[in-house]
Design a protein around this ligand. Structure first.
Ligand code: NDP
Length: 307
């Protein structure tokens, strides 16, 4: 355990696995902390249609399984645990899982982002009792039920369509009069007879007793409230970066994303960031994978320049 790794990657989405593939293929001694739930956000999505190389699309979990195996082929070591602490104050850099200490010359942070919540007490009360942020994981529980999807981006469109495989009806609740999603995704939703679109509405309260029974909605223009009967609510309102572990270690911007100072390097020499954790603009599987490659090349170059 006290060997010094050339590269420790924290995170196992497209950025983390790609950083692993490039680092191990460059003969760097590489360890990936993949967490208790490896694979990142793509493991909670259905079909990925826009990752080049798969003309008929590929299921998100399958894509991540392939990436993980590809990195393993070149000798990456995996630790299937969550990192609990880091100390980047001196070389070697230190990464901890409770009392276990791991040392590295460079670290690539690729911890991604997690679902944004509305901030309602009632959404916490009914979490996993009808409230979810993952249609792929929980859609099955809503066979022959009525659900609402909150949001107006591509995720919301995708979740709404997916949920019609199970639910008898899906409300799509968007807070403005315009969707943020791409036209092709909006068109699919509009063509789906099981989806009813509610514009200019926010969720005021999740209603229920033991489980969700409905939502109180507020019209953002008139201020009027109304209620819809639903058995479930799926949040698809974007993501926030997973950077709590690093907030006293590397510079973050005001929304919590990691700041990259020189190419993919953070404010700490030898510490790099890749994927959604440092990207509030593109946030795609393919851009994450690309930045994992970039971080690995940057880490190798940094080691060469500093040894
Ligand atoms: P986005 O940030 O694109 O969209 C978030 C949506 O949630 C917006 O409609 C936003 O509204 C709304 N929202 C945010 N906060 C709240 C709130 N508190 N209450 C109500 N609504 C809220 O996130 P996505 O997860 O949809 O997409 C992220 C990225 O992933 C995008 O680049 C997208 O293109 C991509 N993607 C691609 C897919 C594909 O190609 N198959 C599938 C899924 C995602 P507002 O617009 O008013 O801010």
């Amino acid at each position: 355990m006290n060997d010094i790794y050339d590269v420790i990657v924290i995170g196992s989405g497209p950025a983390g696995f790609t950083a692993g593939i490039y680092s191990s293929r460059a003969n760097l001694k590489t360890l990936i902390f993949e967490g208790w739930q490896p694979g990142g956000q793509l493991t909670t999505t259905t079909e990925v249609e826009n990752f080049p190389g798969f003309k008929d699309g590929i299921m998100g979990p399958q894509l991540m399984t392939e990436m993980r195996a590809q990195a393993a082929r070149f000798g990456v070591e995996y630790v299937t645990k969550d990192v609990t602490k880091v100390d980047f104050s001196s070389q070697p850099l230190k990464v901890y899982v409770d009392e276990e200490e791991y040392l590295a010359k460079t670290v690539i942070i690729a911890t991604g982002a997690k679902p944004r919540m509305l901030g309602l007490e009632s959404e916490k009360t009914f979490w996993a009792k009808g409230v979810s942020a993952c249609a792929t994981c929980d859609g099955f529980f809503f066979k022959e039920k009525v659900v609402a999807v909150i949001g107006g981006g591509d995720s919301a469109m995708e979740e709404a369509n997916f949920l019609t495989k199970f639910a008898t009806k899906v409300y799509l609740v968007n807070r403005t009069e315009n969707f943020r999603a791409s036209e092709i995704m909006i068109d699919r939703v509009k063509a789906n007879e099981k989806i009813e679109i509610l514009m200019n509405k926010t969720v005021d309260e999740v209603l229920g007793d033991a489980k969700v029974t409905g939502l109180r909605l507020k019209d953002t223009q008139s201020g009027e409230t109304s209620e819809i009967e639903v058995d479930g609510m799926f949040l698809a309102i974007g993501h926030i970066p997973v950077t709590d572990l690093f907030k006293d270690q590397v510079e973050l911007d005001k929304t919590g994303f990691i700041v990259q100072k020189e190419h993919t390097m953070t404010s700490v020499p030898g510490v790099f960031a890749a994927g959604d954790v440092a990207d509030h603009r593109y946030r795609q599987g393919i851009t994450s994978a690309g930045s994992g490659c970039m971080a690995s090349i940057d880490a190798k170059k940094w080691m060469e320049d500093n040894e």
